[in-house]
Design a protein around this ligand. Sequence first.
Ligand code: THU
Length: 132
Amino acid sequence: MIEELIEVARAAMGRAYCPYSKFHVGAALESADEAVFSGCNVENASFGGTICAERTALVSAVAAGHRTFRRILIMSDADDPVAPCGFCRQMLAEFGTDLEVISVGAKGGRRTWRLTELLPEAFTGADFMEDA
Ligand code: THU
């Protein structure tokens, strides 16, 4: 249910650690077997060490044993829905470019994409591994 994902992402957004940007982002990633993992952005004084909400959700899901995903929902402070950054697109693509990406803005607007639209012709393990 989309509503459940919205609530999970909203709660995660409230846990964002973003003292530098003050931009709160939350994500809810649903696996093929309907488990839901949340993530928030976790910033670092060495700015490059920052991890986005989408990747936090992804690494948490993978660490819990999930590798097949159905959709990810993103929420942030921005009025309009934000699209995931390039690093997150690449990390998500590792586990399938058919992923549905839903983003909800603070004003309630929604956008939906397939990851393949956001990262066409993705570089994957199949590009250099014969058995991938
Ligand atoms: N951020 C995310 O968590 N996800 C996005 O899709 C866009 C950017 C975070 C990273 C950083 O903590 C802050 O938002 C500003 O870029």
